[in-house]
Design a protein around this ligand. Structure first.
Ligand SMILES: Nc1ncnc2c1ncn2[C@@H]1O[C@H](COP(=O)(O)OP(=O)(O)OP(=O)(O)O)[C@@H](O)[C@H]1O
Length: 258
């Protein structure tokens, strides 16, 4: 992979929590417009890596570069503004707001009118509200949520809540979307639908997707490349086919007899 093809470079990154080394000298290059999987047994350091990419944790050592610019040490909102969005292991929607209202919250960064404009309903206020309305409606069409527009997020089926969460993240126009276990708790049918949905997102947007998941059907179906972590270290990297037959990966998942 040439440097120009790399959108995110994780370079010798380490994260320690007291005596625990959660991520141990990990280097991964993520190609532009790829779907890249991060897998590994429980506690392997996957979410910690996401937390460092998004600025929730600072790195203990090493660097992370987004389009060639160092981002570790930046605040979460600065990283989000640069174009890295994420979803979390536990769905984080506003359950009492409707689908439409949840999406509107993601358009706030485009709203610049103040209290005065809002009170007097100035043209600036109306134009910005109309634009946010259009953006949200288009997104609902794109991701198949229009029929749920007025439903409260908390009442939606699980798979639809995930879809809404991803749609809301997409409204920030990210270059990179990080999905942390989006298929958690899904049955086979739901995870197949999610796989197709993620593939469509990549097809319809100029975007790179990095996904953590324990559902191997999803990972093997959608990823171009997979990085495998084990006890905080990078164990293997390759295409789904290569990873499936990698003996070290199989042993890490199944364990080896002493
Ligand atoms: N804030 C923290 N303080 C202390 N230890 C932490 C913290 N966050 C993570 N860890 C530890 O770091 C290690 C890696 O955790 P992490 O959550 O990144 O693993 P994971 O691969 O995402 O696991 P899972 O698949 O179960 O979500 C674990 O031993 C975990 O207990």
């Amino acid at each position: 992979m040439s440097e120009q093809d790399v959108v995110l470079k994780i370079d010798h990154v380490v994260k320690r929590f007291g005596g625990i080394t959660a991520v141990n000298d990990v280097s991964i290059r993520i190609a532009k417009q790829s779907i890249h999987g991060i897998i590994g047994p429980n506690g392997a350091g996957k979410t910690t890596l996401f937390n460092m990419i998004t600025g929730i944790y600072n790195t203990t050592a090493g660097s992370i570069f987004f389009n060639g610019k160092k981002i570790n040490g930046k605040q979460t909102h600065e990283i989000a503004e640069l174009g890295i969005a994420r979803t979390f292991q536990n769905i984080r929607l506003f359950n009492d707001l409707t689908v439409y209202q949840n999406l509107l919250t993601a358009c706030q960064k485009n709203i610049t009118y103040g209290l005065f404009d809002g009170f007097l309903r100035t043209s600036k206020c109306k134009t910005q509200e109309m634009s946010a309305d259009k953006i949200c409606k288009n997104m609902m069409i794109e991701v198949g949520l229009s029929e749920y527009k007025e439903q409260k997020a908390g009442n939606l089926p699980y798979g639809t809540q995930r879809r809404l969460e991803i749609a809301r993240a997409l409204l920030t126009n990210p270059s990179i979307l990080l999905l942390d276990e989006p298929a958690a708790g899904m049955n086979e049918d739901e995870s197949l639908q999610l796989s197709n949905f993620i593939k469509e997102i990549r097809l319809n947007n100029d975007i790179t997707i990095i996904i953590i998941d324990h559902h191997m059907d999803v990972i093997m179906n959608i990823c171009d490349l997979i990085s495998v972590l084990n006890f905080g270290s990078l164990l293997a990297e390759g295409t789904p086919k290569e990873i499936q037959k990698n003996q070290r990966v199989i042993e890490a998942y199944l364990g080896v007899d002493e």
